[in-house]
Every structure is written in C-alpha cells, then in structure tokens.
Design a protein around this ligand. Structure first.
Ligand SMILES: CC(C)(COP(=O)(O)OP(=O)(O)OC[C@H]1O[C@@H](n2cnc3c(N)ncnc32)[C@H](O)[C@@H]1OP(=O)(O)O)[C@@H](O)C(=O)NCCC(=O)NCCS
Length: 152
C-alpha cells in the first residue's frame, strides 16, 4: 500500500512533537538554537489528514570535517515509528538534497546516529569520522555529501 505523503516547508514548532517523541524522549524544550534563523529550513512530511509523519531541519553551518563554499547542516531528522519503512524518510531526504541545492549549497553534512548511518548512506552521504559519543544521546559519526550547484 502506498500512502500519498507530501513534504513542505513548515514553521519550527511543527517539528517539535516528533523531535520530542523520537529524538529527545522526556525533554521539555525541544527548540534549538538557530531554529528561528531566517535561513533555517524546517521540512515536514504529512499524511493526507495533516498528521506529521517526519521532520528535519536544514541550516547553513560550517562543516567540522570538510571545507566547502556553502555547507549546510542536516539536523533533527525523525520519522514516526508507525510510518517507518514506508518511504517517509526517503521523501524527506530527497527534499533536503533539493532544498540545499536550490539554495546554492555545495555540501550537506550531519552528526549521524550510528544507527541511522546506513540510512544516510543510501542517499550518498559518507562517513568521514570515527564514532564519537553525544552525551545522553549515544554514538554518532560525521557524514557528508557534496552537492552540485543547481543555480548559477
Ligand atoms: C532514520 C529514519 C529517519 C529513517 O526513516 P524511514 O522513514 O524509516 O526511512 P524510509 O522508509 O524512507 O527508508 C528509506 C530507505 O532507507 C532504508 N533505511 C531506513 N532506515 C535505515 C537504517 N537505520 N539503516 C539502514 N537503512 C535504513 C530503508 O530500508 C529504505 O531502503 P529502500 O529504499 O532500499 O527500501 C528513521 O528510522 C528514524 O526516525 N529513526 C530514529 C531517529 C533517528 O535516528 N534519526 C536520525 C538522527 S541522526
């Protein structure tokens, strides 16, 4: 069965419930520095009834591991556990790559949970660091993908 899911840019607070449920269980405040910066982009995947099935944030930020002219950080990627494996993550990641390219970005990078590294690898990101711990969250690896510019 395929679900018609759509991805669109949303205000930061639309991402909060999934951030809290999936990424920061038990956390009260899930607003992060930079969420309201004018260049920050929040994307949400929604079911036809409006339910938020997946969220992610993109923002211009220097990459800790690679030099780039216009690097963008991916953060806060989460899909509803009930919707996993149905392509919601793929829709969001494809939208991320398009959104960064449209904005002239030439590198996408993230601190990836080691449990999600295989997901990002499917979209051309590669691991460029040894594993490191994020206290309270768990082991991560640095991942990057270079992008072709889509605007002159
Ligand atoms: C990682 C996550 C976003 C993937 O979302 P999803 O909705 O399950 O992804 P999709 O169903 O679109 O899967 C796309 C492809 O990636 C694969 N995939 C999904 N999760 C994977 C994983 N953890 N490792 C390897 N491959 C994975 C799927 O099998 C699918 O492959 P296919 O196209 O060959 O069928 C989701 O599992 C999640 O929210 N995890 C918990 C939070 C988290 O770790 N976020 C990342 C923080 S860095």
């Amino acid at each position: 069965m395929s679900t018609p899911v759509t991805v669109a840019e949303v205000p930061a607070d639309v991402t909060h419930d999934l951030r809290r449920a999936v990424l920061r269980p038990g956390a009260g405040d899930v607003a992060w520095p930079g969420d309201d910066d004018p260049d920050t982009v929040h994307l949400a995947a929604r079911a036809p009834d409006g339910r938020v099935l997946g969220v992610v944030r993109l923002s211009p930020a220097p990459c800790p591991w690679r030099a780039a002219r216009a690097p963008w950080q991916l953060r806060g990627m989460a899909t509803d556990p009930a919707a996993r494996g149905t392509g919601v993550g793929r829709l969001l990641l494809d939208a991320c790559l398009a959104a960064v390219a449209e904005r002239g970005g030439d590198l996408l990078w993230c601190h990836a949970r080691t449990t999600a590294a295989g997901f990002y690898e499917r979209f051309g990101l590669t691991v460029v660091t040894a594993p490191y711990d994020k206290p309270g969250i768990g082991p991560h690896v640095g991942m990057v993908r270079e992008l072709r510019e889509s605007r002159s």
